[in-house]
Design a protein around this ligand. Structure first.
Ligand SMILES: Cc1cc2nc3c(=O)[nH]c(=O)nc-3n(C[C@H](O)[C@H](O)[C@H](O)COP(=O)(O)O)c2cc1C
Length: 367
């Protein structure tokens, strides 16, 4: 039987060659939001990885919306120029479709890069004031005013328009992992008493307003989706049932896909085992008609194939597996008897053109 994982998938009006997505992964290597040589190397490698879609890392829609000083941004002309140069090269380096994840970090912003500790920046490290849905108990972040909300929403729109100018036709809003949009959705962070806090309807309101504003500002041909933490894994946190209602509301606004992750708003015990978030994706998939992406410890080709073939999700996103082996999809194609999408220069890695990649075509002694 032919592989479902390697069958095409239509997200919005864009068609991907297969259902393997490289999950967005911060590289903390940008300079004032501008992509560096590291992004060039990283994304060019992934361009030729055989994945159908590469989602570019969480990208700050404002300088103040970055997580760290190393985060990628799309808030200035310089940022746009730098990412444009990287993408121009990447489009020569492989056939993957590129998407981008847009983010406002909120109370998780102004942090050190992970390898320097990931702690809040000090004044000497050029810390900046951070915003959240509500004042944080540690006094570090203050609640967004209505003017802040309008400003950040407009920044999401402007960053999305910059992405569209760069020819990016898949945009994912970051509504997961404890960043600002999640800080509105989760009752653990959102303690507001105005129209943006309290009931689920009110907690969803700001993320939906941002989604709607971006949707209206970009062409219908550009695919727009959202990554969501479908549960906080905590008793008083956001629940899967609430997330399902939120996703249905997104669908009604023209959302093209959702990417289902979890956690990140506060420390929680998460059952980290292979495919630990797939049940969240499949629960949501049953409630909507748009495509759903599953992510989290999806490691082997067989596991990925089964998730798609059983209809638990329409696509799988892999993060660390692609850092470990950027040619994960080549191996998956071999394992599943499918054909990966190679750059023409690498076509001879196609199993039909050499001994399946497993047996050397020529014995070492004869070379
Ligand atoms: C280095 C690194 C950076 C990450 N940065 C992001 C990010 O920018 N946006 C995001 O939504 N998730 C981010 N994540 C989470 C991954 O996208 C993914 O959801 C998570 O690693 C689980 O998938 P995996 O088990 O396949 O790695 C990051 C993960 C890693 C390892």
């Amino acid at each position: 039987m032919s592989s479902q994982l390697f069958s095409p998938l239509t997200l919005g009006r864009q068609t991907l060659s297969n259902r393997i997505v490289v999950s967005p992964m911060c590289q903390y290597s940008a300079h004032d939001g501008c992509a560096s040589q590291w992004q060039l190397k990283h994304l060019a490698t992934l361009a030729g990885s055989g994945a159908g879609l590469v989602l570019i890392e969480a990208t700050g829609v404002l300088r103040s919306g970055r997580i760290t000083h190393g985060c990628l941004g799309l808030y200035s002309d310089d940022n746009e120029l730098a990412l444009g140069q990287v993408l121009a090269f990447c489009r020569q380096a492989g056939a993957a479709h590129f998407g981008i994840q847009l983010n406002y970090a909120g109370r998780k912003g102004s942090s050190q890069v992970p390898w320097l500790g990931g702690k809040p920046l000090t004044a000497a490290e050029d810390a900046w004031p951070t915003l959240s849905s509500s004042d944080t108990p540690d006094g570090r972040s203050r609640a967004c005013t209505h003017e802040d909300l309008a400003h950040i929403k407009q920044a999401f729109v402007a960053a999305a328009q910059r992405a569209v100018r760069l020819g990016i036709d898949v945009i994912e809003l970051h509504g997961a992992h404890g960043y600002l949009l999640h800080q509105f959705l989760s009752p653990l962070a959102n303690r507001r008493t105005d129209d943006y806090g309290g009931s689920l309807d009110r907690r969803m309101r700001y993320p939906l307003e941002v989604f709607e504003a971006v949707r209206k500002a970009i062409p219908a041909s550009v695919t727009l989706g959202l990554r969501l933490s479908a549960t906080d894994w905590l008793p008083d946190g956001l629940t899967l049932e609430e997330s399902t209602v939120f996703v249905q509301a997104l669908e009604a606004l023209g959302c093209d896909f959702v990417d289902i992750s979890s956690g990140g708003i506060a420390p929680a015990e998460i059952p980290l085992e292979p495919g630990y978030q797939v049940h969240l994706a499949s629960h949501i998939k049953a409630a909507v008609s748009m495509p759903v992406i599953a992510v989290g410890l999806i490691l082997t080709a067989e596991q990925a194939e089964a998730i798609v073939a059983r209809g638990q999700a329409d696509a799988v996103a892999l993060g660390r597996a692609f850092l470990h082996n950027p040619h994960w999809a080549y191996q998956a194609a071999l394992d599943l008897g499918a054909v990966a999408q190679h750059p023409v220069q690498y076509e001879r890695v196609n199993p039909a053109k050499w001994a399946g990649g497993l047996v050397p075509a020529v014995s070492p002694a004869a070379r």
